[in-house]
Design a protein around this ligand. Structure first.
Ligand code: PMP
Ligand code: GLN
Length: 380
């Protein structure tokens, strides 16, 4: 049987490649972004309770109604924006699905989508599978800021969307108020949509404020804002997230969603609805993860790796240019095999495999894990 591939140039995601290598060589895995510490026991208990109480059948296609109401309340509190729980929120099986559904809702063959690189690895295949074209713009190394003048030059009448991601994976860069102003001035008066990947909404450090699109009702009119409970509550295996948009856009979004996932895991949604009442659980996340970032950063000072500071997410990037001329993929593989520590090479987040000799490390780990990992790096 012959399949004409819809993604002829796409291999296996780097996260799977590096995690498999980590298992094979028994390495400490600071590659793929997932915590190795326990999620909240309270949230587990609430999920068990929901299952025992019989919440085990399909819930509403758009998401468990009380969960959507609680999310609307949270958004009002955090961003002072009124969101209608019935018409503007859809619960999805993860943030990646939320983004894919948004792109599939809006893209026609030949449309262009502006993507900033390094980019989370699902964006480009999501665009290409819709027969649209990613228009790539490199963030400015080494601070990974957006070159807005270049964005202005690349916008044309085929531009259908711009994808933003703050806090940013893989660099930990966060957008500023000025970035949002620049974005607004570019999209004003156009038909350009914004896909805003905000899965690291609460994982922001150094007393910086998360610049959510939800702060800006005028921008939300043209946006799909995507979140992940997996990232917020340290349960990436739950694969549960949500998308927020205007009522008009959400109506079209749900046409795609209803014949794909239709609805998501019920007991976890019931549990999350109750757990969202506890605002300190999400408000304390930034401080908690910053302690881990700072602990890892302090340990890394003893190594020859050079820090590229992160202000959010699960990740911090380091240059190894003092250590080797090898390309970053080969270096990362060697680090796994010979030193027993796994990181993600940044070239994987560029379509043309730009190699600045940088690795991404996930610090969402127990202190012991981070300590053992850096001890292994010291032996290089
Ligand atoms: N966007 C970015 C930037 C991410 O790092 C992740 C984490 N995997 C996602 C989206 C999607 O998260 P989920 O696991 O909920 O699909
Ligand atoms: N978001 C995680 C990362 O960047 C992993 C996502 C995945 O494995 N697909 O590492």
């Amino acid at each position: 049987m012959f399949i004409q591939s819809k993604l002829p140039n796409i291999g296996t995601t780097i996260f799977t490649v590096m995690s498999s290598l980590a298992v094979k060589y028994n390495a400490i895995n600071l590659g793929q972004g997932f915590p190795d510490f326990m999620m909240s026991e309270d949230l587990i208990a609430l999920t068990n309770k929901a299952m025992s109480e019989g919440f085990n059948q399909y819930t509403h296609m758009n998401g468990y109604p009380l969960l959507r109401e609680r999310l609307a309340e949270k958004i009002k509190k955090l961003y002072s924006t009124n969101i209608n729980a019935d018409s503007q929120i859809t619960i999805t099986p993860g943030g990646t699905y939320a983004i894919y559904t948004a792109l599939t809702t809006i893209l026609q063959p030949g449309d262009e989508v502006i993507v900033f690189e390094p980019a989370y690895d699902s964006y480009i295949p999501n665009i290409e599978i819709n027969q649209a074209k990613p228009v790539l713009i490199s963030l400015q190394y080494p601070n990974y800021s957006i070159p807005w003048e270049e964005v202005r030059k690349k916008v044309n009448n085929k531009t259908r969307a711009i994808i933003i991601n703050t806090p940013h994976n893989p660099t930990g860069m966060v957008l500023s108020e000025n970035d949002i102003e620049q974005l607004r001035s570019i999209v004003n008066g156009t038909n350009i949509f914004i896909i805003s990947d905000e899965v690291y909404e609460h994982l922001i450090f150094d007393a910086l404020q998360h610049q959510s699109i939800l702060l800006h009702p005028d921008l939300l009119e043209r946006s799909f804002v995507c979140f992940s409970f997996g990232k917020t509550y340290h349960c990436t295996g739950w694969k549960l997230g949500y998308c927020i948009s205007s009522p008009e856009l959400m109506q079209e979004y749900r046409k795609v969603h209803q014949f794909n996932a239709f609805s998501c895991d019920t007991p976890k949604q019931v549990a999350l609805a109750e757990y969202l009442q506890n605002s300190s659980a999400y408000l304390s996340l930034g401080v908690y993860l910053q302690q881990k970032r700072d602990y890892f950063r302090e340990l890394m000072k003893a190594t020859p790796f050079q820090l590229i500071p992160s202000h959010g997410s699960y990740f911090e990037c380091y240059s190894y240019q003092n250590l080797s001329n090898e390309n970053d993929f080969d270096f990362a593989v060697r680090l796994t095999k010979e030193n027993g520590i796994t990181a993600i090479p940044l070239s994987s987040f560029y379509k043309n495999k730009t190699d600045n000799k940088v690795l991404r490390f996930c610090f969402a780990k127990k202190e012991d894990t981070l300590k053992s990992a850096v001890e292994r790096l010291l032996s290089i």
